[in-house]
Design a protein around this ligand. Structure first.
Ligand SMILES: Cc1ncc(COP(=O)(O)O)c(C=O)c1O
Length: 416
């Protein structure tokens, strides 16, 4: 069991071969999960199995091809359950969040007229900024920036209200910041933007690692996530409402299908990675069974995420308390667990982030530094443009012992 919750942490860790890999004998503490997580055996086995048994393209009668068709259908169904929609046609799979967002921005531009307005929140990773800025530039649209509140570390509805009018066409909104960890009330903000007639495009890349998404409850029109941030392979997934996807101008080859979701699939998909995604989703079902949750697949995902989230919260509490006690350290994010995920960034009054990162990495405490592509956030916080923050991103396979060891290393580096 985990020291604090019912997550069987030793069994969980045994599922991830890379957790016991060392660097010349030195153990690794993976606190770089906000940049990408490790994958369980279920994911690896699925990828290997794909190449052993049914490596093929789709759409013909060869038994391998029939299996690939079935795999694609199964994966979109499983991802639909994961995202909370019952329509697999609403699940677009592509190279990564950024590529899919660029592709959809090109399509969405057809719905907008010069002089129309789009709103981009300042909490975004560039993946949910530059595609829209370039779309606006190409099509004569006006861009409005939606600030985040420096006390709550989130976008408050009162900040959105004055930006909305009858020319507002799009809101690009972050679910959880990959720099501050702040979580937005996407449901409320979505409702407000849609009431003004806007489409809402949510970046849930950072959120999906920590909490289960429910696109129907949120009501958003699009929502992007990246399986490599939630224990899966390097692909991206975007949910889009069927009615919008069907009506949207699709940039696709003339002879390619008009059926969803493949209508927005460009070229041959990375089938082996889609097989890996199935493995990741099966891993969550395994976690659910381990903590005694049965029911349908969605209920299993809910059970797994509840257990993983409770464990992460316990780690976060310990990490937060330790960081906040360190002299000269400024946390760039909420000081409590309310409305945040387990992504923690800080600066120090004497040590630049790159120096801390280098020393921690040398001690086997994996971390990230810089603006982490949260370019607008870094600017809004007036961070050193060359240094940014030191970022620690926890995952459910981390342990309290790792938190303690990492804190000891950080303390030592900062005392130097
Ligand atoms: C919040 C957020 N959005 C978008 C991205 C970009 O995702 P991808 O690498 O799938 O394009 C990242 C990656 O770090 C992220 O953290």
């Amino acid at each position: 069991m985990s020291e604090t919750t019912n997550l069987p942490i030793d069994k969980v860790r045994a599922n991830f071969p890379s957790l016991s890999t060392t660097d010349e004998g030195q153990r690794r503490i993976y606190f770089d999960n906000a940049a990408g997580t490790q994958v369980p055996k279920q994911t690896i086995d699925r990828i290997v199995d794909f190449f052993h048994r049914f490596n093929s393209n789709t759409g013909v009668f060869n038994p391998t091809s029939v299996e690939v068709d079935a795999l694609y259908a199964d994966a979109t169904k499983a991802m639909a359950d994961f995202l909370g929609t019952d329509d697999p046609g609403e699940v677009l799979i592509g190279a990564n969040m950024t590529t899919l967002t660029y592709q959809l921005s090109r399509s969405l531009a057809h719905r907008f007229e010069p002089g129309d307005e789009i709103i981009i929140s300042r909490m975004e990773h560039e993946g949910n900024v530059t595609p829209w800025l370039q779309m606006a530039e190409d099509n004569g649209l006006t861009v409005k920036w939606l600030e985040f509140d420096r006390d709550s570390w989130r976008v408050e509805p009162a900040l959105l209200e004055p930006l909305l009018n009858d020319r507002t066409r799009l809101l690009a909104l972050n679910y959880a910041s990959n720099l501050t960890g702040g979580v937005n009330d996407v449901k409320t903000l979505t409702g407000m933007a849609q009431a003004a007639g806007a489409i809402v495009y949510v970046d849930a890349v950072q959120f999906a690692s920590h909490r289960l998404i429910d696109v129907v409850d949120l009501g958003c029109d699009f929502l992007a996530c990246s399986p490599y941030k939630f224990y899966g392979p390097h692909i991206g997934v975007v949910f889009g409402k069927r009615a919008i996807l069907e009506a949207l101008h699709a940039y696709k080859l003339r002879c390619a299908t008009d059926e969803l979701p493949l209508r927005f699939s460009l070229g041959t998909p990375a089938f082996e990675l889609i097989a890996g995604l199935m493995g990741t989703l099966e891993y969550f079902q395994w976690v659910a069974a381990e903590v005694g949750i049965s029911g349908d697949r969605r209920q299993q995902f809910e059970g797994a995420y509840a257990a993983m989230g409770a464990h992460e919260d316990a780690l976060s509490e310990r990490l937060l308390a330790g960081l906040l006690a360190m002299p000269g350290l400024s946390l760039q994010g909420a000081r409590t667990l309310k409305d945040r995920v387990a992504t923690f960034s800080f600066t120090h009054d004497r040590h630049p982030a790159s120096e801390i990162a280098q020393q921690l990495s040398a001690e086997g405490v994996y971390c990230h530094w810089g603006d982490n592509y949260a370019f607008e956030v870094a600017r809004a916080l007036a961070l050193d443009p060359h240094e940014g923050v030191l970022r620690l991103g926890l995952g459910h396979y981390n342990t309290l012992r790792e938190v303690d060891e990492a804190l000891a290393s950080i303390e030592q580096v900062l005392a130097g």
